[in-house]
Design a protein around this ligand. Structure first.
Ligand SMILES: [Zn+2]
Length: 73
């Protein structure tokens, strides 16, 4: 798995995964419904290596309906 846990908001990454829901968010266009801060506070946040949507999908993450859309599930 090419993921790395983070406990603070990554400032140089575009994508953030939630290990609890297996959803990936695009931090460039995140919405209030994404609840990214709650994900970070819960310790459920990971970044992807490399920082791409394709990598997130390879790691089993599905698109967030609010910031990315086009759920693959
Ligand atoms: Zn989102």
């Amino acid at each position: 798995m090419a993921t790395s846990s983070v406990t603070t908001r990554p400032t140089t990454k575009q994508y953030l995964g939630n290990t609890n829901t297996l959803e990936v968010h695009n931090l460039n266009v995140e919405t209030d419904q994404c609840q990214v801060d709650e994900i970070l506070n819960a310790g459920h946040s990971v970044i992807f290596i490399p920082d791409t949507l394709g990598q997130a999908h390879s790691d089993g993450y599905d698109n967030c309906a609010y910031c990315i859309g086009n759920s693959t599930r």
